[in-house]
Write a protein that binds this ligand. Structure first.
Ligand code: F6P
Length: 545
């Protein structure tokens, strides 16, 4: 396995960007905004219904041009076209990266490794649609003849975060007489609490796992199976369990009829899979037509990414700005601040998408990077975050980049609460980026001793993303925007954004320790681990006698 790896620091654009950073060192975002009334228009782009306003970023036209130069030197357009056509750009796993094929219309053509990918995708989508509509209408019955009223998705990582996030995001579009739960943690509490009020006769489990071998998911799936069998007997399993996986053999071994298995393919990465059959729970919630709208939103952003010229390309610019903030302004983290309660799990979803993709420190050829790669993503919905961590955002010693997401139209208008919400979003975007000087604070009549405490340094780079309404189309476009931004960053850094070797060792070591805890193996570990095992044993021994 080998692949050309460009060290981005050797490009001329990288040197230019270094010079821009030095040139702008004494220039604040406020200086930039105040100097140019045309800046908001010049630094706002639109794609697939998303307005992307980066006028509050610490950039000027010179920076933008050099970032676009960097895109050219790093051959992002060529790499994008390789991805879209099915080249095995996931080099360490020798796989194509084709989540964009999941949302191609049935009229599209894409043959990869000799297989008609579009036909395969639509075959699964059709089967999902038939099943989802049967559950929604009540045509699909449980073993005792009852309608399904609760759907439990059992999965973890990409097999949980996307469906769980989408369920909340699209609740306004969902069938309200169906309830949904998402069980991921191997902590027995997760499953126990999820099942507490459920009636087995009316519960459907979706076991969602690309590999169908993941410890947490398989443990939880077996626990759910035992719960169901205890109430309804072994024969009930086939009416209450379906699977979403690439692994038909393991699905059958679990006892799920493969007729009730919805497949996907190794070219869909877990964190890029919410619009594969992993989205089955989403389709049951919102129905197949609205699910089609979700896919259309993804596809609209894909088309934009593939065809918009570089200077108008929103995912390209978003990804390049992340590189600018990370590598030239030394910003370690990005706070994702959605001003929409429906997007309450969006930051958690993005954590896997961004950090599992770009948390890498060697290039494609295995050589070590000597520059920063993927930053830390985190966040909470506004306005709640304002009353918690925003103090540090405003006046702390770390500079945090912020993505403020605004949804214009409320699904639940309550007096003027939507205007209040949006006013807060715009106020925070302004204060974070522009701040408040000592002179302005003093001019308010603030006592002299308090002035330094009330100065707001500003200069926190903010991207403001605005959509008209958070409907399925908009959610698809929003997720695809971040997917492609992550891709752009990974290409610049020369890393494999589609593998995740860093999560393997912890799983293996846990299995070794588990053997020790359960007495089925007797390995030795490092002194700290041995001490922790001894302390754990001393705490649980009184309970188990
Ligand atoms: O642990 C990492 C990971 O492999 C993720 O990339 C993936 O989304 C998750 O585990 C779940 O994997 P699976 O769908 O195979 O159960």
């Amino acid at each position: 396995m080998s692949h050309e790896s460009l060290d981005p620091t050797t490009t001329s654009a990288w040197s230019e960007l270094g010079a821009h950073a030095a040139r702008l060192a004494g220039t604040s975002i406020r200086d930039l905004v105040d100097a140019d009334a045309a800046r908001p228009a010049a630094f706002t782009l639109d794609a697939a219904g998303i307005c992307f306003d980066v006028s509050r970023q610490r950039i000027d036209e010179g920076v933008r041009q050099s970032l676009l130069g960097l895109a050219g030197e790093c051959r992002i357009a060529e790499r994008r076209d390789e991805m879209l056509s099915g080249v095995h750009i996931n080099v360490t796993e020798d796989r194509a990266v084709l989540h964009t094929a999941l949302r191609l219309p049935s009229s599209a053509a894409l043959v990869v490794d000799g297989v008609d990918v579009v036909a395969d995708v639509h075959d699964v989508l059709d089967r999902m649609g038939t099943f989802a509509e049967a559950v929604r209408s009540g045509a699909w019955r449980g073993a005792t003849g009852e309608r399904i009223s609760a759907v439990v998705n059992i999965g973890i990582g990409g097999s949980d975060l996307g469906p769980a996030m989408a369920h909340i995001a699209l609740e306004a579009f969902s069938q309200r007489d169906l309830s949904f739960r998402f069980v991921s943690n191997v902590d027995p509490t997760d499953m126990s609490e999820a099942l507490r009020a459920l009636d087995p006769a009316r519960t459907l489990f979706i076991v969602a796992s690309k590999t169908f071998t993941t410890l947490e998911t398989m443990t939880n799936a077996h626990a759910a199976r035992s719960w169901l069998v205890a109430a309804l007997g072994e024969d009930a399993v086939e009416r209450h369990f379906v699977a979403v996986s690439t692994n038909a053999e393991q699905v059958a071994a679990f006892g799920i009829d493969t007729a009730n298995m919805f497949g996907f393919w190794d070219w869909v990465g877990g964190r890029y899979s919410m619009d594969s059959s992993i989205g089955l729970s989403t389709m049951i919630a919102i129905g197949s037509d609205q699910y089609g709208q979700l896919l259309a939103g993804f596809h609209a952003m894909d088309v934009h990414f593939a065809t918009a010229p570089a200077e108008a390309n929103v995912p390209l610019l978003m990804g390049l700005l992340s590189v600018w903030n990370r590598n030239f302004l030394d910003i370690q983290t990005t706070a994702v601040l959605p001003y929409s309660q429906y997007l309450s799990r969006f930051p958690a979803y993005l954590q896997q998408l961004t950090m599992e993709s770009n948390g890498k420190s060697v290039r494609l050829d295995g050589s070590a990077v000597d520059y920063q790669t993927g930053g830390i993503f985190w966040g909470e919905p506004g306005t709640n975050g304002q009353h918690s961590f925003y103090q540090l955002l405003h006046q702390g010693t770390s500079t945090v980049a912020c993505d403020v997401v605004v949804v214009a139209r409320a699904e639940n208008p309550l007096t003027d609460q939507q205007d209040m919400l949006v006013a807060n979003a715009l106020a925070q975007a302004s204060v974070l980026s522009l701040g408040r000087t000592a002179a302005e604070v003093a001019a308010d009549g603030t006592p002299v001793a308090l002035v330094p405490h009330k100065v707001m340094p500003g200069n926190r780079p903010v991207s403001l993303l605005m959509v008209e309404r958070l409907d399925p189309f908009a959610l698809g476009a929003l997720v695809a925007l971040y997917e492609h931004s992550v891709f752009v960053q990974g290409v610049v850094w020369g890393i494999d954004s589609f593998d995740q070797w860093g999560v393997e060792l912890g799983k293996k070591v846990a299995m070794g320790i588990l053997g020790d805890l359960t007495g089925t193996a007797n390995a030795t570990f490092d002194a700290s681990t041995e001490a922790s095992i001894a302390r754990y044993r001393s705490l649980v021994r009184p309970l188990i006698g």
